[in-house]
Design a protein around this ligand. Structure first.
Ligand code: HEM
Length: 180
């Protein structure tokens, strides 16, 4: 599903030609991905690197753009109601992310979902702790939270405040909601 969304983003940005170029750069045999099949993470890593080279972006920038795109992509692919069931605001969705991925796991038993802890530290200010068995996906969280802001029409500021590089076991973000 993630790989399909990378394909979707590549096509949205540069059409079929861009997707074919990325696919070739990543050395992929397959033409397109099947939604509910689990693929090796390594395929995604290669795709992100190829998309970065193709569009002249850093891999972090690709992950961030991907995160933003994911929220729109999943809504289009029929997951919108699940997101909406989670709440009517960015904060409610962030507080319910683990429950939501647990429900998605019912449809995809091979899912290895992330885990989030969200703490309200002041009105409109949240600390978001992101735990994952995968490293390096922090920039994707930045994009995801911005994507949620767009869906719920809420101005969002998100800042990475600490993480594995500082000796923590997870990545920590500060999120400000509603501030223009
Ligand atoms: C309805 C919307 C959503 C759906 C259907 C969905 C589904 C998924 C799926 C299929 C994966 C791949 C996991 C795997 O292959 O093992 C994933 C990973 C992830 N999701 Fe969601 N997700 C949604 C919304 C969100 C939102 C709003 C966030 C906000 C922060 C989020 C954060 C993440 C992160 C960070 C990962 C990376 C996995 C990792 O760290 O190992 N997701 N999600």
């Amino acid at each position: 599903m993630v790989n399909k969304a990378v394909e979707d983003l590549a096509r949205a940005r540069g059409g079929d030609a861009a997707w074919q170029a990325i696919r070739r750069r990543a050395g992929l045999e397959i033409d397109t991905f099947v939604g509910l099949r689990a693929y090796d993470d390594e395929v995604t890593t290669r795709l992100v690197a190829a998309a970065a080279a193709e569009f002249g972006l850093t891999e972090d920038a690709v992950l961030e753009a991907f995160g933003e795109h994911w929220v729109r992509y999943t809504a289009r692919e029929g997951w919108g109601p699940l997101l909406q069931a989670q709440g009517t605001s960015v904060a409610e969705v962030l507080l319910g992310l683990d429950a939501m991925h647990a429900r998605i796991r019912l449809a995809m038993p091979e899912l290895r979902p992330p885990s989030f802890t969200c703490t309200v530290v002041a009105p409109g200010t949240l600390l978001l702790d992101y735990r994952s068995e995968r490293a390096g996906l922090g920039p994707m969280v930045v994009g995801l939270v911005r994507g949620l802001g767009a869906v719920y029409q809420t101005p969002v500021e998100i800042e990475h405040v600490a993480g594995r590089a500082d000796g923590l076991e997870h990545e920590r973000f500060k999120v400000r909601l509603g501030a223009a």
